[in-house]
Design a binder for this molecule. Structure first.
Ligand code: SF4
Ligand code: SF4
Length: 181
């Protein structure tokens, strides 16, 4: 398949039509993550229009997008950029184009959910910093978080966490489940 065909497939899955975008930039203007992105939401759509699949898949944008939908809400043509970004993220993962820090955060977050039934900030941050080799990241925020009781020493385990862990395991193995074959 050519890059154009793969892009078309990703856009079809996201229900996005590339020429609906007329490059007004309202999406980028409202994106809370745009400052850290090497390709702003408008740029994602421009690359889609010109068939630059590689540029999209290698951008940090697809890993930074939080899926907040501010861009889609602001778009005068209802272009669903987050849905397209999500499909691009799947395609990047299929090709082994991933970011180590994103993978680490994902693993630590899911392990946290399985263990406690919710994300425990101290453990999340501690494990992430250690495994992502960023030992001092966000340390300055600790006093503020402790003052607001957003973090504490004793992890609280919610009721029903075992059921949640089973649901997560089902989601992780959904492609092996008989009912989805
Ligand atoms: S807001 Fe919509 S039309 Fe404007 S640049 Fe972004 S995607 Fe394109
Ligand atoms: S959904 Fe993603 S690209 Fe759109 S505004 Fe939110 S973070 Fe930015």
């Amino acid at each position: 398949m050519t890059d154009h065909e793969i892009l078309q497939e990703l856009m079809d899955k996201a229900d996005v039509r590339r020429y609906d975008c007329y490059q007004c930039g309202k999406c980028s203007g409202g994106c809370p993550m745009a400052d850290g992105m090497d390709l702003k939401p408008r740029g994602i759509m421009r690359c889609a229009q010109i068939g630059s699949l590689d540029r999209i898949l290698k951008s940090n944008t697809i890993w930074l997008c939080s899926g907040c939908y501010a861009c889609a809400d602001r778009c005068p043509h209802d272009v669903n950029i987050p849905a397209f970004i999500e499909e691009a993220r799947y395609e990047a993962a299929r090709r082994g184009i991933t970011r180590r820090d994103s993978e680490v955060l994902n693993k630590v977050f899911v392990a946290n959910l399985k263990m406690f039934g919710k994300s425990h900030e101290m453990i999340l941050a501690g494990l992430y910093n250690a495994l992502a080799l960023k030992p001092t990241q966000d340390m300055a925020a600790l006093p503020h978080m402790a003052g607001k009781r957003m973090i504490g020493p004793a992890p609280h385990r919610i009721e029903g966490r075992d059921e949640l862990a089973k649901l997560i395991e089902r989601a992780e193995n959904w492609d092996k489940l008989e009912e989805y074959k």
